[in-house]
Every structure is written in structure tokens, then in C-alpha cells.
Design a protein. Sequence first.
Length: 233
Amino acid sequence: MANEETREVTFPGKACELKAYVAEPKGSDARPAVIVVQEWWGLNEHIKDVARRFAREGYAAIAPDLYSRQGHKVATDPNVAAELMSGLDKQDGIEDLETTIAWLRAQPRTRSSKIGVIGFCMGGSYAMLLPCESKEISAAAPFYGEIPPDDKLSRLGCPVFYAYGENDGWIQRRDVDRLAAALKKFGKPGEVKVYSGCSHGFFNDTRSDVYRPAEAKDAWQRTLKLFGEYLKG
């Protein structure tokens, strides 16, 4: 029997009704929270599965649908996914994530909890940017996302674990190196891990073309260590 409870929730956003998938441990205890940010495919079963994994680790996980403004679409075709991602203005996405934080703060079990964020691909970009825009985030684990400019990185408000595959054709290595340098320059705690032989999307176990189980497991363990220290500690 599953030790987690799952549900879909809706709450008012600034532009539309936002939909999200919630996975929590059973019981009524207060829990630290994790926001799971989708890849460009949308809020699909893989992202929901990641939320459930966090619930099994003792977190209240929420995966907001960042395509709520576009009719809650989920893509399997990369061309459609690219259209959906390009149709989402970056600040609109941040706004919807901040609304998600406000929703978490209104829930009895997460009202006073610490909040982490993890994201992959497009979601990795948001997981890297959100803690530069919001002081509500206590730990962040961006997986192969875009790196904000240094003026934003200087406002990074929490420790970071950034995962990257050396064969990533989407995110440029020079930007990843810039992140590592910026963490040192601005005195921000964090780790940038480059996984040899891995491509973009290596954590996604539903994609046999890119999935790398050993590296995905290592990145997951590093994420849990970070979140355990800064969200549960």
C-alpha cells in the first residue's frame, strides 16, 4: 500500500485558474515542501512520479501546471512542446510559481515549512531563476536548466545543486561554468555537478534515448542530501 496521498488541486492565479498535482505523506504532521517544475512536455506522468518520490521521502510535493494559461496541455511531440514552452512568458511562469508558494503557505501542513524547488529542462530554468526572484525558497535543485545572468545570480537566496550532462545540446557548458564561478564570486553555497557521457534529460526514466540510471540515482541522492540539510534541518 502506498505511503503517500495524491490529489489534484486548483487555485486562483493572476491570469487564470492554476492546476497542480499534490503528493504528500499520509498523516497530519507539518512537512517541508518541494515544488516540482515540469519539463517542456507539461505536467505529465513523469513529473507526477517525481512528486510521489518526494512524498515517500517525507515532503509535501506540489507540481504546478505551468501550462495552465495555455489550457493545461501536455505534449509528447517535441515540436508541440517547443511551441508550448515558447508560449510561456518567463515572468508569467515565475508569477505562477510565486502563486504556488502562496498556496503552500495557506495550507496548515506547510504554512510554516521550508520550501525547496526542483525542475528539469524548462523546469530547471525556473528552478534556477525562482530563488533569485523569491526569498521563500530554502534550497534549489535545477537539472540542466538555463543559467540567469550574473546580476540575478547575485541575488540567489539559497543553496543550489545544479545537475548537468556534459553532452547537453541545449544548455551551453560555458554558462554552467559561469554558474560555478558566480557561486564562488558571490559567496553562495552550492554545487555544480557535470555528469560525463550524459545528455540533456538524463534523469527522465521514461526516455530510454537519454536516461542514465546510475547518474540519475547519484543526482537524486545529492538532491535529497541538499534538501535534507536545508529543508528538514
